[in-house]
Design a protein around this ligand. Structure first.
Ligand SMILES: [Mg+2]
Length: 203
């Protein structure tokens, strides 16, 4: 039995920063490009609290507007046909209807998954998954290094892949083409390449 893949949603399956950036710039009267979002603490860049930041995401329906990255739909199916379950793990616990909203979004965009974990506020992703997936995952893909660090430290994942973003450039030990990739599709292509007969092709 192959272990499942754990995959993040925001800025991994879909481009959240693209819809978030113009809204934050407008609401807080700044002109900061995504390329200058050099910290995960985006609220600090805008001089607002984390609560205000999350409120904007909810009020402006940014999660609903997010578009999937190219090739993601095919990539999730490809994982399934390789014999692994697709488990989506997202830190959307701050959102009052995070579960329902995410299920609707996945359906709208025809994105496959076997499981969806909405991490409750105050828990790490590792803490949120261990009850349901005590044997852990073959790989985890995320854009926030501490999520990968904690899953690894908990012994719940074999390989971790970071999606390259402006806010994770402070982690040079994640090396492009090795454990850092521009996209989920690139990370999977790398991972499947290691396994004979599992070439990963995306149209
Ligand atoms: Mg993310």
């Amino acid at each position: 039995m192959k272990k499942p893949f754990a995959i993040d949603v925001d800025d991994v399956l879909g481009n959240l920063s693209e819809v978030m950036n113009p809204v934050l710039n407008r609401r807080f009267n700044k002109q900061i490009p995504v390329a200058a979002w050099s910290t995960f603490n985006i609220s600090g860049l805008y001089g607002i609290t984390v609560e205000q930041f999350l409120e904007v995401i909810i009020e402006e329906k940014l999660l609903e507007q997010m578009q999937p990255y190219p090739g993601v739909k095919e990539a999730l199916r490809r994982i399934k046909t390789s014999g692994r379950d697709v488990v989506l793990v997202t830190s959307r616990g701050y959102h009052p209807v995070g579960q329902k909203l995410t299920e609707t979004w996945l359906n709208q965009h025809d994105l496959y998954s076997d499981g969806l974990i909405i991490v409750p506020e105050g828990l790490s992703k590792a803490q949120a998954v261990v009850g349901r997936y005590p044997k852990g995952f073959e790989i985890m893909v995320d854009d926030y290094p501490p999520n990968l660090d904690k899953m690894k430290a908990a012994g719940l994942v074999d390989e971790v892949y970071l999606i390259d973003k402006p806010w994770n450039q402070d982690r040079p030990e994640f090396v492009m083409g090795h454990n850092r990739f521009l996209s989920l599709v690139d990370a999977l292509r790398h991972h499947f390449h290691l396994e004979k007969g599992l070439d990963f092709a995306v149209a």
